[in-house]
Design a protein around this ligand. Sequence first.
Ligand code: BGC
Length: 362
Amino acid sequence: METTDAQQGKDFIEKRIFGKMPDGQTVEKYTLRNASGMEIDVITYGGIITRWTAPDKNGSYEDIVLGFDDLQQYLDGNPYFGALIGRYGNRIANGKFSLDGETYTLATNDGENHLHGGEKGFDKVLWQAKGESVADGASLELTYTSADGEEGYPGKLDVKVTYTLTGDNELDVRYEATTDKPTIVNLTQHSYFNLSGDFTQSVLDHELFLDADAYLPVDGGLIPTGELRAVSGTPFDFKQPKMMGKEINAENEQLALGKGYDHCWVLNPKEGNYGLAAAAYHPKTGRLLEVYTNEPGIQFYSGNFLDGTLPAQKGGTYGQRAGFCLETQHYPDTPNQEGFPSVRLNPGETYSSRTTFKLSTK
Ligand code: BGC
């Protein structure tokens, strides 16, 4: 019998057809594997992570991210399940910003505000993909060129996102972009995690740690007011691990505005500008997710707007708080806020952002 690469433990990537776009273009699905048995499915539509298996404390693997089994369900609309987000992750007030004296108008696809790149953001485009096996794991490079003026943003933006699954159950996500005109960029990943592996359960029994002394309070449209508010003594304090559900229903103006947690935390500065930003732990299964980044902020979204209308992968529906997102990013509405770290990208510069999701058990 011939020995395949897989048997030698070398071939950790597989490509299949996932479906066809309405215009006939093929959407591919890549499965990234590692030597210990973790699997991550990524489709070329939106760079979406559709499935991500992780072991519990007894070694039993289950899917831990909300998603769908077929393309049509993604095309029918959903709140950014597993997707790459760009050009600007999170909100821009009134869909307007100025750069060098010129005002740009973006789609207002979230009430009066712009959200997650607009009507057809990076979550809804087809990416070019190149996959390869690496030591004990696999890597998938996704590229996309966003035309000058796409969704209202200035400059032709060349974007590269590399997902690398390592042998240590880490998914390393590297984002790069270059432009031919001054522009703004803020890329992120929008996976909804449920570490229980049971998507009919809410995530409120997960413990959360956020390495942040402050967060950004918002107005009624979830736009930051500009204030950096200390978390101490408030339901927003996750400096010590705390159940997501512990104070989510507390009397609190900010929780009322977000219908739960839907805010950006100001990450504490890290030595070397990259480090642990957040950790989520599910005590029953022992699954632990750690998030490392070089970004200054993280949006913790507790899945408040999931409403039980979308069918869940393993039966039932995705109910309120069936998943949580930890979106590493620059702060929302930065282009309109003096004092927030800049999101400007100039020609000749390379936007570079890194986030690592590490799964383990304890
Ligand atoms: C936002 C939420 C929004 C969700 C899905 C999150 O990143 O913070 O407000 O509802 O994405 O659209």
